[in-house]
Design a protein around this ligand. Sequence first.
Ligand code: NAD
Length: 686
Amino acid sequence: MQSRWCDEKAAHLEGLEALVYATRTIGQEPQLVLWGGGNSSAKVETADHCGRDIRVLWIKGSGSDMRTITPSQFTPLRLDDLQLLMQREAMSDEEMVAYLGRCVLDPHAPKPSIETLLHAFLPAPHVYHTHADSVCALTDTSDSAKLIRTVYGDDVVLIPYVRPGFRLAKLVAEAYRRRPDTDAAILDKHGLVAWGDTPKEAYLRTIEIVSRAERFIRRAGAGRDRRPDSPLVTPAPAERRCLAALLAPILRGALSRDRRVVLNFDDSRSVLEFVNDPRAQTLSQVGPFTPDHLLHTKAKPLFLRLSPSWDQESLRQIVGQAVERYRRDYVRHFERYRSPGLTMLDPHPRVILVPGVGMFTTGKDRRAARITHDLYRHTMRVIREASAIDTYRSLSPKDLHEFEYWPLENFKLTLLPPEKQLSRRIALVTGAAGGIGRAIAGLLVREGASVILADLDRDRARTLSEELNAQSGEENTVAIAMDVTREAGVVEGFSKAVLAYGGLDILVSNAGIARSAPVDRLTLKDWNETLAVNATGHFLVCREAMQVFKRQGLGGNIVVVASKNALAPGKHFGPYSASKAAQVQLARILALEGAEYGVRVNVVNPDAVFEGSGLWSAELRRARATAYGIPVESIEAYCVSRSLLKVKVLPQDVAEAVLFLASDRSAKTTGAILPVDGGVKEAFPR
Ligand code: NAD
């Protein structure tokens, strides 16, 4: 492992700043820590709020991410008070947490890491704890003590597995006292604790210990990492993706029985190599490589073997039975080890390995599914490496249960922000790059949805996706090129769309064009093109969405952006009004047909939305001005003045209406038409 330490950057840093730098440097290396894993500390002398000299332990706050950590995510504690605890023989978790709370110097600081005492009891000024892949590949074996001694001799001490807390901290401190010349402690089936007199020394020691493990694994594992005798033959990418797209919504439906989940799909080469290995089924059921991953990955993945001659019905059966079996096993495991008063957590798998297809991971949103994905990719590596040098081992089922249900670990869940109204929902918006489409997409993302931005204009959809992802700091949107008039393109687009997040909950059929001319001068081309997008395109996307909804079995929601023209046709807008009327009729038919499957279909009818709209291009403004018999410059004012309330309708207004119909707030409404027209003067039927 290469050192990422930069003397130039670190030279002038001291105390907390130096700790932040060292922590971030560790956090940049995914083979050391991932997503909130690991922790770091520094012991400094400073003055307290009264100006008295005290010794302070700065430690990473619980749950924060080492890669992106900031000073405010560290917690200062009175070190002398913490070290007094070394005289105690035992301490419960509750007592420890209460005691730590009283040692915190800053009332606004985050809760200190649950491994605070481990840091405090070691005398070294700088202590870093990681879950280094290669070190865990040594400890997660059948004879870890022998392997650690072979690799490190007396340079490190191996601490038998004990759940973090007072006892583990004491064990490490006592081991250090017995052997003060050691460089580090390796925690069996858990990770590495390295220390030093300076941040650089502790960091470089971490890298050195990991590098020694890597070298050993390379040498000892070479030739022993037997390529599987008969790896599964993976279908060609196109066929594999087709199967994955068919499978994803079925899987999502089965996994979302209690609460919906978003899926992440990975069929990269290394994932396929792992899942196709005949040993994968057994190895994947051994357990996590460090208990810290349990919160995200659960103890075991679901290993889903599909029959070679699959069809939709057989997939549904296989998936349904496999998920049910997993649930039953989980419940049995929970019942076996449960203590009184414990409530069972979600019994569904978070990692699903499918030979020949790839890996799905789940989460409440894209980010959660990605965290689980990243953790399991490293798990695959550790399993492979440990199996190359010995036999892969994890914690005992009892230890796994106790860690999974450990209140101090589950406390991290309470730090998460509350879920938004569209959290766990996946939406597809057609015409997403247009004026109204982008307002809808942006609002759905802000309300927690994962959104597929489909548009004829791929570049504008991509730019919008980049913008929205940059705002949320997460890939909550993906852009796909889709011409809603092309049947094959729509089918292919939906196939890509369901693989992006695993399924679909909301379709916003919004793509539309407007051609304008009096009927006697209207070209057939304009008529056909308008109907192709607004009516036929709408039909094609609704048909695909309905099929996904049915496969998924979670109901569904279609919101149609039609137009006031559907009910109140505008002069010279023959094809537009006719196609929008067709759109609305189809929507209401779908509302009837979808009801038995829990699919709601509602319509929003906007009017005169100028901002950012391609529908109000110079050419169309001219056409409308002619139709209304007014000068082109006054077209906007004219349209606004038609509004009784003289209220200008903005894309955001349409987006709000779409959000309402897409959300559970309108759970009991289907087949409705909601005008967003600022209140048109003419009393048109609504
Ligand atoms: P817009 O032109 O800004 O956006 C339409 C989007 O649809 C564009 O990004 C375009 O690339 C896309 N699109 C066009 N043809 C497509 C196709 N074949 N496949 C996929 N995407 C395609 O228009 P807007 O004002 O945002 O309109 C959005 C919807 O709102 C339309 O259905 C429109 O009829 C309806 N509407 C708009 C108004 C208004 O005043 N702007 C009023 C009533 C209804």
